[in-house]
Design a binder for this molecule. Structure first.
Ligand SMILES: Cc1cc2nc3c(=O)[nH]c(=O)nc-3n(C[C@H](O)[C@H](O)[C@H](O)COP(=O)(O)O)c2cc1C
Length: 413
């Protein structure tokens, strides 16, 4: 776990249903060595008990601007001291109401007062969480834009099942993800991929059967998008070539949307001569129907034989043309003989690293936000990474890729 000892986090909690996740977030901060001061709205106390947050953080959870006058220990100016004390302000969950307050400079509760007293050079992270319709409401979007212009980092909510039972955009990310974003804000980032062109493929391809049907797989694109996001944060020029997905394009990433494996190959091939690092995280269909039926196939006979032909192997083709300074990382999703298959893939496709994940392992592979990867290197070294968020896994992968760049710059001296 990242060491945050000596860091002071002012954690604002407003009254959204996702406040139930905050005790776990406090535990993560405390485990990392950080000091946490919780400041919560009156409504937040309806969802999570101040006593729970006080116990976990080791400090009373503040709700009142006006301290108990009979308590001589309490200070009237706590809010101002906290603004100076904090290295970072985190608002999770951020309700529509508190977002509106902060965007407009209100200071009628302890949370909003503390926000206003934060020093301007300190990171302020806002994690909106609400019903999808509420999140899209023009007033909420306007207020978020204002906060962004004021220097806050707005972390987009996730798409998924909401408290209402509907599927939409508005979910608060899991505590591990919030923790990671806070770590990034608190610890200076090294632009280790500055000046490098990184091409990432992501998601599933679709192979047409007829005008309305296709063959595909369960890949969500989450691993590839996490890789693209992290590469951009590390300063790379990032081209993300992706199959169809609802995922949002990460900041500073050039997205190219494709449908079939052949299209993905064509788009990727354009960058073969110039790229420095190729990360093949897409789940590309190995085969496609030999012929695409024009129109809609009708249900007539009892069976319908489908003749499939092989698709181009993007990583293999890149491996054939690869220049000495170029680095390639392939993903292998395996079920049986995983390690042997992954090792064979590394040799066949002339890769530097194969990231192996197991399709049937809980919390890894398709669709989920976490992954457990085994990295296999050219020299035969094998490294087992822990079960972690795809973002954290992406960071570890780029750390490893950097060794190859350092090696090639040393040999070219
Ligand atoms: C069960 C329940 C769940 C709620 N969940 C949310 C939510 O997820 N996001 C939100 O913006 N408001 C939510 N609200 C409405 C807020 O609690 C309400 O707007 C409140 O005034 C927010 O106050 P605060 O921002 O001062 O904490 C919810 C209300 C109820 C009753």
């Amino acid at each position: 776990m990242t060491d945050l000892s000596g860091k002071h986090i002012l954690l604002g909690v407003s009254g959204g249903i996702a406040a139930y996740k905050i005790p776990n977030l406090v535990r993560l901060f405390k485990k990392s060595g950080a000091e946490v001061q919780v400041v919560m709205t009156q409504s937040a106390a309806q969802f999570v008990s101040p006593l729970t947050l006080a116990t976990l953080s080791g400090r009373s959870a503040l709700t009142e601007i006006f301290p108990d006058a009979t308590n001589t220990q309490s200070a009237w100016t706590t809010h101002i001291h906290l603004g100076e004390w904090a290295d970072c302000f985190v608002l999770a969950p951020a309700t529509a109401s508190t977002i509106a307050k902060l965007a407009n400079g209100y200071s009628d509760d302890m949370l909003s007062v503390c926000f206003l007293t934060m020093r301007p050079n300190k990171p302020k992270l806002i994690f909106p969480s609400m019903d999808g319709e509420m999140f899209d409401a023009p007033a909420v979007q306007r207020n978020l834009k204002t906060l962004e212009q004021d220097g806050c980092v707005i972390v987009e909510p996730e798409i998924g099942e909401l408290a209402s039972g509907l599927i939409g955009k508005g979910r608060l990310p899991e505590p591990e993800k919030i923790f990671e974003r806070v770590v990034e804000a608190l610890l200076p980032k090294e632009k280790t991929l500055a000046g490098k062109q990184v091409v990432v493929t992501a998601g599933a391809t679709r192979e047409k059967i007829d005008s309305v049907r296709f063959i595909s797989n369960y890949s969500s694109g989450k691993m590839g998008f996490a890789l693209a996001a992290v590469a951009a944060e590390l300063g790379a020029e990032v081209i993300l070539i992706t199959g169809k997905t609802h995922l949002q394009t990460p900041p500073n990433v050039h997205r190219i949307e494709v449908e079939s494996a052949e299209e993905m190959f064509r788009e990727t091939q354009r960058y073969f001569p110039t790229l420095d690092l190729f990360v093949a995280a897409a789940a590309v269909a190995d085969y496609r129907p030999a012929e695409v039926y024009a129109g809609k196939l009708k249900k007539s006979s009892e069976s319908l034989p489908l003749h499939l032909v092989k698709n181009p192997d993007i990583l293999l083709e890149f491996g054939k043309q690869k220049k000495p300074h170029q680095v390639s990382i392939g993903f292998a999703l395996e079920i049986q003989d995983a390690l042997e298959n992954a090792k064979a893939k590394l040799v066949l496709k002339n890769c530097d690293i194969i990231a192996l994940n197991l399709a049937q392992e809980a919390g890894a592979g398709f669709e989920v936000d976490t992954n457990r990867l085994t990295l296999i290197f050219r020299d035969g070294t094998i490294e087992q990474l822990p079960l972690q968020t795809k973002r954290a896994a992406a960071k570890m992968i780029f750390k490893k890729a950097n060794f190859f760049f350092q090696k090639s710059s040393l040999t070219s001296l």
